[in-house]
Ligand binder design. Structure first.
Ligand SMILES: Nc1ncnc2c1ncn2[C@@H]1O[C@H](COP(=O)(O)OP(=O)(O)O)[C@@H](O)[C@H]1O
Ligand SMILES: [Mg+2]
Length: 687
């Protein structure tokens, strides 16, 4: 539903609600026999609803149905469908404003928090107020019952505080969980929408580190932000009360808190600077770590451990330096702030005591009880005030985290192309017309006015020297790179007009190195496509020549494959990848050097299956081993991004110097032995 730009929700309705329905949005009634009908209107005077059967022609008039007849079929389940909200958060750049909108989007929770906080704050005033009354009115009478009263009240306070703490933590937890889930879903969804060339341009370590900053944002949103939010309410309620208790003392607390805010604000520019350094250093460090783990085979095989260690040492030192600098500056700020915090704690008490002692209560307005009440509440006010000031600093941190995540997420996504566009059923005719393409940042074009046509069902071989643009041709076909000039058509439909997800689902691809996911063999073949079954997986495995080895595995299709599939041989892994590409029965299959890394025996096995695989499909087979392409219907010869020639093997041997040269390079030994690996006798090299 989401993919078609629609939003749907299952609801339960009663007849009376159908009669009162005002919404313009379509409503689908789901019947108990599994069918469904569209509700197109109702007439509350005649007590009927108008239904349309989706299977009848759209010109047919809707059927009027009354309550009795509807209830025979309908139990009250309905599907509410409407257009996904335009300009939704999902498409907007990831910024602080975006975050703010997401938080504000939690309107109901926020309202609950506001109401609860106000109630909690009022409750917080009560105990100190009672104490004040108890001390001022009762203590003077020197009675034992007063002590008992105070004890009782203190117990009450403890009870209150326990409850308040509980309620507050509960609210925060609920809100945290919701925000966390929304944030994580959003970030991952966006990450997957980024085009492959983004991941090719950036280091994995850098990207993962940047994305992991989301956790910091989450912590801020759900920790500091929410608690400051709650505290602010306490503040709003408590401040007037404090001023009522003693304006002098209240002003002192306010002034001290303000001073703290000023100090923290003064440190901000410096903190921002060192913070940026630290982030940069951490990203570099993360890149080394991920790269090393990723390339650990090479590191071990070439005994590069020491070199990596040296590099790591440097990065750790750099990051450590930056961290120390940041810590030092924060420490200075904290050091300057501490005495003021203590003043709020204790200075105000002394000051208050002085006020109580030096003048009678009726002139200064401060009684002993008021002083004690003030002490009980004062720290509750100072905390939030300082918290608000520190919030500025935290907002800075988060701004930097948001910027980092945004650096990844705010790249152009493929989402528009994956949502709209045509979804034709492919036959498999491919046509390149004057296609020119250069990779972003490259000086020369990877493809230069490439033109060729192949009808559906062709087995197309692609050959050429390394770097001649073979893989680029396949990448354009899969819609990985889309900024090409010229026209690329499948069955006459412009590739740019085709829905990207549909395109990639309709094109099966096997590369030289294929990633197998952790999971069973079956999981890997089906690869999460929900409508596929074991039967289809077995069929695909048979086609790929993987069946015999899968059946010999200890668990068969349920055998667990670890990350990077260490328990399978290269040939087995490749055949599994081919099965995965074939399982959805794509009309177009691309094999880009799929057998190049295989031993001759595995290669022969895969090639023996190619003819069967090719039945009813268009195949694009890139291979540098020309002998495996001899049987192709057409062979495309690439040279420096241009099409040098296209034709059958025997034609090319005769007329294409590049092809002949490549052929002889690989088959000279057989020539020398007088072997004839070609259908046609080879001719001497032209050069
Ligand atoms: N992801 C990429 N980014 C930038 N340049 C690339 C990328 N992939 C390939 N190229 C360049 O494009 C040219 C064609 O590469 P490619 O199509 O991979 O060649 P082939 O598959 O024939 O060996 C080469 O010059 C290569 O350096
Ligand atoms: Mg290649």
């Amino acid at each position: 539903m989401h993919q078609a730009g629609l939003w749907a929700k299952a609801v339960r309705l009663r007849w009376r609600q159908l009669m009162r329905l005002q919404s313009e949005a379509p409503l689908v009634l789901l019947f108990s026999d599994g069918s469904a009908a569209l509700l197109v209107g109702h007439d509350s005077k005649r007590e009927v609803v108008f239904l349309k059967d989706p299977r009848t022609p759209s010109a047919d008039p809707p059927i009027a149905v009354d309550e009795l007849r509807l209830e025979q079929l309908w139990q009250g389940t309905a599907l509410l469908v409407r257009r996904a909200r335009g300009g939704s958060l999902e498409d907007e750049p990831f910024t602080l404003a975006w975050l703010a909108r997401m938080v504000l989007g939690e309107r109901r929770t926020l309202r609950e928090i506001v109401v609860a906080s106000l109630a909690l704050s009022v409750l917080q005033i009560l105990p100190p107020f009672l104490i004040m009354v108890a001390i001022d009115r009762v203590l003077t009478h020197h009675s034992m019952s007063t002590l008992a009263l105070i004890a009782l009240i203190l117990a009450l306070i403890a009870g209150y505080e326990t409850l308040l703490g509980y309620a507050r933590r509960e609210i925060v937890e609920v809100m945290s969980t919701r925000l966390d889930a929304r944030l994580n879903l959003h970030v991952f969804g966006r990450l997957l929408e980024l085009p492959i060339d983004f991941f090719e341009r950036t280091s994995t370590g850098g990207t993962t580190h940047r994305i992991s900053q989301v956790f910091k944002i989450r912590d801020f949103l759900t920790g500091k932000l929410v608690s400051t939010f709650l505290d602010t309410f306490t503040l709003i309620v408590l401040l007037p009360f404090l001023f009522w208790l003693s304006a002098t003392l209240a002003w002192m607390v306010l002034a001290a808190s303000l001073l703290i805010a000023v100090i923290i604000a003064a440190f901000l520019p410096a903190i921002r600077r060192v913070w940026a350094n630290m982030v940069a250093a951490e990203i570099k460090k993360g890149a080394v770590l991920v790269e090393t783990v990723h390339g650990i085979r090479t590191v071990k095989a070439l005994a590069l451990e020491n070199a990596r260690k040296l590099e790591w040492d440097e990065r750790v030192a750099e990051a450590g330096q930056a961290r120390l600098q940041t810590g030092r500056i924060s420490n200075w700020a904290q050091t300057l702030v501490t005495p003021i915090e203590r003043f709020i704690d204790r200075g105000v008490l002394l000051m208050g005591a002085y006020l109580v002692l030096s003048a009678p209560a009726d002139t200064t307005g401060v009684s002993t009880g008021a002083l004690i009440a003030f002490m009980l509440l004062g720290t509750r006010v100072a905390g939030p005030l300082i918290g608000l000031a520190k919030l500025i600093q935290d907002v800075e941190d988060v701004r930097s985290s948001v910027a980092q995540v945004g650096e990844v997420l705010n790249n152009p996504t493929e989402s528009a192309a994956s949502r709209g566009g045509l979804r034709p059923v492919f036959e498999g005719a491919i046509s390149f017309n004057e296609v020119t393409f250069a990779y972003p940042g490259a000086k020369t074009s990877a493809l230069d006015r490439v033109s060729f046509d192949v009808p559906a069902g062709t087995m197309l071989g692609v050959v050429g020297r390394s770097g001649s643009g073979k893989s680029t041709v396949t990448r354009l076909l899969q819609g990985i790179n889309r900024e090409y000039a010229g026209f690329l058509k499948i069955d006459g439909a412009d590739l740019r007009e085709i829905n990207l997800t549909h395109l990639r689902r309709s094109v099966g691809t096997v590369m030289q190195d294929n990633f197998l996911f952790r999971g069973t063999v079956l999981d890997n073949i089906i690869a999460g496509r929900p409508n596929l079954t074991l039967e289809e997986a077995v069929r695909a495995a048979r086609l790929a020549g993987a069946e015999e080895f899968i059946e010999r595995l200890p668990g068969g299709y349920e055998t667990w494959i670890e990350e990077s599939a260490a328990n399978l041989s290269g040939g087995q892994r490749q055949r599994l990848a081919i099965a995965r590409a074939l399982v959805a029965d794509p009309r177009i299959v691309i094999l880009d050097e799929a057998t190049s890394a295989l031993d001759p025996e595995s290669e022969a096995l895969v090639h023996a299956n190619l003819i069967r695989i090719a039945e009813g499909r268009t195949m694009v087979i890139v291979s540098h081993r020309l002998a495996s392409l001899v049987d192709c219907d057409r062979i495309l010869v690439m040279e420096r991004g241009r099409v040098a020639d296209i034709g059958r093997h025997h034609e090319l041997i005769e007329r294409c110097a590049i092809y002949r040269h490549l052929w002889l390079q690989q088959n000279r030994h057989t020539e020398a032995l007088g072997g004839q690996p070609t259908p046609k006798p080879a001719v001497a090299p032209a050069e």
